[in-house]
Design a protein around this ligand. Structure first.
Ligand SMILES: [Zn+2]
Length: 242
């Protein structure tokens, strides 16, 4: 990340939903805080939404803009706090929690499809509680969809810990899973790599927010599989109750 002014509270503690901060900059791109828990989007996970509260005023935050700083985009027409203003930030908890469960669910899916079918992820997209993942898989067994769903829900029920750590590049790339998922994705000049490890199932270089263990995902339903071309399989999934 190239954020020069914002300390990323979301990376320190993905369970944080409210915090105090000071506005350190405002321009046409948005509002810059000294400390923020708004996930700015990336790695397939959409940005958070929420509010800034200050002096009885509410500024709705509807998106983010990344550049030389991390900008929070205010809802059009809402009052905007000027630099120096003390604000209370609050995330839309329902949206963020759903996105954490969905993101972790997709890592379970990635781990299962590689472990059981040898297939690599080629793309994906997520919204709260719904997602698609694309895989490269030449031969599809007839019961593929059901086997994937069963294995994912077994891993969720196993309640595997989901651990986040930051490692020097060389150490990170010594983990076989990381080589499989990230070798071609990480810029060559990156010095430390954030690893999200579903212990015993899947480790990936990842900047997103995750639940602490797989049981918190709830359940995973494979809605359908689409064949998009040679070896190109698209799974549509839904995250269900906790
Ligand atoms: Zn991820």
């Amino acid at each position: 990340m190239t954020n020069t002014h914002t300390h990323r509270l979301d990376l320190d503690d993905p369970t944080l939903r409210e915090w105090d901060a000071t506005v350190v900059g405002v321009n046409e791109r948005g509002i810059v805080l000294d400390r923020s828990a708004f996930y700015p989007g990336g790695g397939g996970q959409p940005p958070d939404e929420g509010v800034l509260l200050w002096g009885g005023v509410r500024t709705r935050i509807v998106g983010t803009s990344k550049g030389d700083d991390l900008y929070l985009v205010p809802n059009e027409g809402d009052p905007v706090p000027q630099p120096g203003t003390q604000v209370r930030g609050a995330l839309d908890d329902e949206r963020r929690t759903a996105l954490m469960r969905t993101h972790s669910g997709l890592h379970v899916l990635t781990g299962v499809v590689f472990r059981d079918f040898g297939a690599l992820v080629t793309g994906g997209n997520m919204e709260p509680l719904t997602a698609r993942m694309d895989f490269d898989l030449a031969e599809v067994p007839p019961d593929f969809k059901d086997r994937v769903a069963q294995a994912c829900n077994d891993e969720i029920a196993r309640d595997r810990a989901i651990q986040v750590q930051t490692l020097p590049r060389d150490e990170a790339f010594a983990i076989p899973d990381i080589i499989r998922t990230a070798t071609n994705l990480l810029p060559p000049d990156i010095e430390v790599v954030r690893i999200v490890d579903i212990v015993g199932l899947d480790a990936q270089a990842d900047g997103g927010t995750h639940v602490a263990s797989t049981k918190q995902i709830g359940g995973l339903e494979v809605v359908k599989m689409e064949n998009k071309g040679r070896g190109f399989r698209r799974l549509r999934v839904r995250i269900t109750g906790t």
